[in-house]
Design a protein around this ligand. Structure first.
Ligand code: MLT
Length: 327
C-alpha cells in the first residue's frame, strides 16, 4: 500500500508512462500517427518521410502525418520525439545527424544511443555539391581555386550543426583546408530557395533535394560524393573524378519511436516500413531522386541500432579532429 500511493499519483500525473496494455498494443494503431521531421518542410528529409508515411499509412490503416520541427541541425525535433509518449503515435525520421550530433553537441538533451526505440533503416541518399547558377566556377577545381581566393566573401549554406549539409561542408572545407562563412537554415529546403535566388553561393545537399533543380538548370552542379556516378545524373562527375579524394559517404535515414515504446508496436511499425519500402511507387520515386530503399533485412530495429552505434564511433574522431562543436 505504501508503494502504491506514490505510483498511482505518478501515473495520474503522467510522470511514468502507463505501459500500453497488451490489448492496446494489439489494437495498435487505432489513431493518427505523427512522424516528426527535424528539418523544414520541402527539404530532403521531408521528401523521403512523406513518401514513406503515405505508404505506411496504407498498410497501418491509419493516417500517418508529418510534423516539421526544425532547428539546431535536427536536434530540436529529435529532442521533441525523445520526450514524446512511448505509445507508437509519435515517431521520428532522422538521418546521419543522429550519430554526428552525439559528438557535435556535448550537452545534448537526449542520448542517441538510448533515447529511442529504433524501428528500421529507410534509405541512403547521395550528396552533391551545387552553387547558384551564376557562380563563376565551372568545375570542381575552378570552384576550389575560387573559394580559396575569395574565402572572405564566399558563403556556404547549411541546415545547422548536425545536419548532413553541415557534415559535408565540414569535410569539404577540411579537404581544401579553407574554412568558409556558413549561413545556417532550419533545413535545406529554404537554403535551396535562397541559393536559386542568389542570396548564398554554394551548398552540399542530398539528391532528393537537388536532382530536379540540377536537371532544370536552376543551379550549377560540381560533383557527387559517391564512388560511382549516379544513374539519374549520369553527366555529373564524382568529386573523386574532380580531383578530391577520400570524400565518399551517403546520408542514411532511420525511423525511430521513443524509448519505452512496446516491442509489439515497434515490430508492427517495422513490418509496415518494410511493406512501404517494397511499394513500387516508393521505389520509382526514390529512383528518380537518386536513391533507393534499403533491403528488407535493414528495415529492422537491430539494423538501425547497429548503424547508429557504428556511425557514432565512425564520425567521433573526424569531428574531434575538426574541433567543430555546437556548444
Ligand atoms: C533537410 O531535410 O533539410 C536536410 O536533411 C538538411 C540537412 O541535413 O542538410
Amino acid at each position: 500500500m505504501r508503494l502504491f500511493k506514490p505510483l498511482a499519483a505518478m501515473l495520474l500525473a503522467g510522470i511514468v508512462a502507463a505501459p500500453l496494455s497488451s490489448g492496446q498494443a494489439q489494437d495498435y494503431p487505432n489513431n493518427t500517427i505523427t512522424v516528426i521531421v527535424p528539418f523544414s518542410a520541402g527539404g530532403p528529409t521531408d521528401t523521403v518521410t512523406r513518401l514513406v508515411a503515405e505508404a505506411m499509412s496504407a498498410n497501418l490503416g491509419q493516417q500517418v502525418i508529418v510534423e516539421n520541427v526544425g532547428g539546431a541541425g535536427g536536434t530540436v525535433g529529435a529532442a521533441r520525439a525523445a520526450k514524446a509518449e512511448p505509445d507508437g503515435y509519435t515517431l521520428l525520421l532522422h538521418h546521419i545527424g543522429m550519430a554526428t550530433s552525439a559528438t557535435l553537441y556535448r550537452k545534448l538533451p537526449y542520448d542517441p544511443k538510448t533515447a529511442f526505440a529504433p524501428v528500421g533503416l529507410v534509405t541512403e541518399v547521395p550528396m552533391v555539391l551545387i552553387a547558384r547558377k551564376d557562380f563563376p566556377p565551372n568545375n570542381l577545381q575552378e570552384l576550389i581555386t575560387y573559394v580559396k581566393e575569395h574565402k572572405d566573401e564566399v558563403t556556404y549554406a547549411n541546415a545547422g550543426i548536425g545536419a548532413a549539409s553541415h557534415l559535408c561542408g565540414m569535410l569539404f572545407m577540411q579537404a581544401i583546408q579553407t574554412p568558409l562563412t556558413t549561413v545556417p537554415y532550419k533545413g535545406t529546403g529554404p537554403a535551396m530557395t535562397d541559393l536559386i535566388g542568389g542570396q548564398v553561393d554554394f551548398l552540399c545537399d542530398q539528391t532528393t533535394n537537388t536532382t530536379n533543380q540540377i536537371k532544370a538548370g536552376e543551379v550549377k552542379a560540381y560533383g557527387v560524393f559517391t564512388d560511382q556516378r549516379l544513374a539519374n545524373l549520369p553527366d555529373l562527375p564524382t568529386v573523386k573524378e574532380g580531383g578530391v579524394d577520400g570524400l565518399s559517404f551517403a546520408i542514411w535515414h532511420g525511423l525511430y519511436a521513443p524509448a519505452g515504446t512496446p516491442e509489439p508496436v515497434v515490430a508492427r511499425l517495422s513490418e509496415a516500413l518494410k511493406v512501404a519500402l517494397a511499394d513500387p511507387k516508393v521505389i520509382e520515386r526514390f529512383g528518380e531522386l537518386g536513391t533507393a530503399p534499403v533491403p528488407a533485412d535493414q528495415a529492422t530495429p537491430a539494423a538501425l541500432q547497429a548503424k547508429v552505434l557504428s556511425e557514432i564511433d565512425r564520425w567521433k574522431p573526424v569531428i574531434e579532429q575538426a574541433g567543430e562543436y555546437a556548444d
